[in-house]
Design a protein around this ligand. Structure first.
Ligand code: SF4
Length: 360
């Protein structure tokens, strides 16, 4: 019997019963509606289950239905997403909710083509929504599934290649148990998350161990083939907590098209060659808001790692020497009382500046 048939048989006879006995309790697994599946799948794309769970509860409390989400402001949606990262997910789901209300009269689209057309929905999310909410025979392929498949088949090809990913997708489609697509997908992902883990796979507890080629070879952690680590650039950024005579603080809103678009920040930007941080802060505020500032006391340095660069953000107190703020390189600005700073959404790095301010 070939390996695909062997695995397919074990998936049906062992993996699905294992999943039904061992599945973890998660809030989106009860009261399963397309809306709840969609939100949870978007949250889980870059976030662990334990981190996503409180966000999911808060989000559902604030936006219990697709219509309430569509009627909200983008800022409210970003506030609910604050700290989860990859904010384009929040902006896209807000746009998609509005589109569903206008184009589909508020009913979640129920064909694969329609789901794929929603902003921010790629093949993974479409397969997850299709299978979990509408029981369509669509297999998902995420990092967990890729790890399980490459180990089961001792496949050492480069999984970053689109061609190999497409082949793995076809393999997942072949293994899918028709009529139980939702359970199949969740079982594969659950196996990857709780048993076939990246560093310490628990092969002794694995329902698929008898047909796993990597287990037979004794080298599961060789799969999937590791990509050599890329060196990411490191940038130095300066920012200012500008206070006026009444103690209010100036914050700026990032432009929609920029990274972290729509979020609020303490104004500032990247240090250029040959300038000190203080000079960088003064230049950036002139460029961003058209104000001349006097840079004062140092507040805090925040270190943060994004997927494609790392950042060191040095923050200083400042006051305006001349000029009135204008939206030159930002979408908006406002003066807020210190106690109201948390009313609007920020990136994680700016939240750390607020924490430093609160400790003063
Ligand atoms: S036997 Fe081990 S390596 Fe193979 S799928 Fe199970 S946990 Fe992963």
């Amino acid at each position: 019997m070939d390996q695909t048939k062997r695995v397919k048989r074990a998936v049906k006879s062992r993996l699905l019963p294992w999943f039904s006995e061992n599945k973890r309790s998660m809030p989106w697994r009860s009261n399963r509606t397309p809306y709840r599946v969609w939100i949870s799948e978007l949250m889980l794309q870059q976030t662990r289950v334990d981190q996503a769970t409180p966000y999911f509860h808060r989000f559902m409390q604030r936006f219990p239905s697709l219509k309430s989400l569509a009627a909200a402001s983008q800022e409210d949606v970003l506030k609910m997403w604050e700290g989860l990262g990859y904010y384009s997910r929040a902006r896209n789901l807000h746009k998609a909710a509005q589109l569903i209300v206008t184009e589909y009269k508020g009913r979640f689209p129920s064909t694969a083509d329609e789901i794929l057309k929603l902003p921010g929905v790629g093949s993974y999310t479409a397969a997850a929504i299709g299978s979990l909410a509408f029981n369509m025979n669509m297999a998902v392929l995420d990092g967990n599934v890729i790890r399980v498949l490459t180990r089961l088949f001792a496949d050492d090809r480069d999984t970053r290649s689109l061609k190999i990913k497409n082949e793995l997708q076809q393999l997942a489609d072949k293994l899918l148990v028709k009529g139980s697509a939702g359970d199949f997908n969740e079982a594969m992902m659950e196996l990857g998350a709780t048993v076939c883990m990246p560093k310490n796979p628990n092969c002794e507890a694995c329902p698929l161990s008898r047909c796993c080629l990597a287990k037979q070879e004794g080298n599961p952690t060789d799969y999937p083939k590791k990509a050599p680590k890329k060196k990411v650039p490191h940038i130095i950024v300066g920012a200012a907590v500008v206070m006026n005579s009444k103690g209010k603080i100036l914050i700026a809103q990032r432009r929609a098209e920029d990274m972290l678009g729509g979020l609020w920040e303490f104004p500032g930007g990247k240090q250029e060659a040959g300038e000190t941080i203080e000079e960088c802060v003064a230049r950036e505020l002139k460029e961003e808001l058209d104000i001349q500032i006097e840079v004062g006391e140092f507040l805090v340095t925040v270190k943060h790692a994004y997927s494609h660069f790392t950042m060191e953000l040095h923050t200083y107190f400042a006051k305006i020497k001349s000029g009135r703020p204008k939206t030159l390189e930002c979408q908006n600005f406002q003066w807020l009382e210190r106690s109201n700073l948390r009313n609007v959404p920020y990136s994680k790095a700016d939240l750390k500046i607020i924490e430093a301010l609160e400790k003063r």
